[in-house]
Design a binder for this molecule. Structure first.
Ligand code: 5GP
Length: 190
């Protein structure tokens, strides 16, 4: 059976990558989302096993020790990681897997799995990015400043990616990500 694709989507906090991924999952049959593990506390409405696997620091450390992650990273004071078992099982079954992960983790994935398709989502401007994070209302001042401070250094890592998608208009951005996945599905691998 043909292996599924491993598609990595990154971009600064507030850029809308989560929304793009959710829209893709809802409207496009060609991808499945991998659920990450995190030590972050659930936000309102987030469900264990759907949004994330919410773990204690000890549980997360145990999985690091057992080499259960393809990648993991500390992002904005919490740990996040992609479980090998979840991803490899889906790829082997021929399913395309979407990972919505930070830049540090994305680079680890590319090092271990060269075939990964790397997509970076860009904001129209830093001003717009700040407004989107404020509008989301889920961060306190400290957390927001950390996220904004890291945004530029994340954008500086764009050379590690294969594609960039500007999220000025959600529908256009989704269409572009979908088109990348369709093109990669049709690609002749040499
Ligand atoms: P949030 O706390 O807003 O859900 O996510 C914060 C950041 O963690 C986002 O940039 C998101 O892409 C990243 N993230 C989510 N899951 C993972 C993961 O499994 N690994 C890594 N490296 N980053 C992740």
């Amino acid at each position: 059976m043909k292996e599924g694709l491993l598609i990595v989507v990154s971009g600064p906090s507030g850029v809308g990558k989560g929304t793009i991924c959710k829209k893709l999952l809802a409207g496009f049959k060609g991808v499945n989302m991998s659920i990450s593990a995190t030590t972050r506390k659930p936000r309102d409405g987030e469900v264990h096993g759907k949004s994330y696997f919410f773990l204690s620091e000890d549980e997360f450390q145990e999985k690091i020790d057992n080499d259960e992650f393809i990648e993991y990273a500390k992002v904005y004071q919490n740990y996040y990681g992609t479980l090998k078992s979840v991803v490899m099982d889906m790829i082997e079954k021929g399913q395309n897997v979407l990972l919505e992960i930070d830049v540090q983790g994305a680079i680890q994935v590319k090092e271990k799995y060269e075939k990964a398709i790397m997509i970076f989502i860009l904001p129209p401007s830093m001003k717009e990015l700040k407004e989107r994070i404020i509008g989301r209302g889920s961060e306190n001042d400290e957390s927001m400043n950390i996220r904004l401070g890291q945004a530029q250094s994340e954008i500086d890592m764009i050379h590690n990616y294969d594609y960039s998608v500007l999220n000025a208009d959600l529908k256009t951005a989704c269409k572009q990500v979908e088109s990348i996945i369709i093109a990669e599905t049709c690609k002749i691998r040499k």
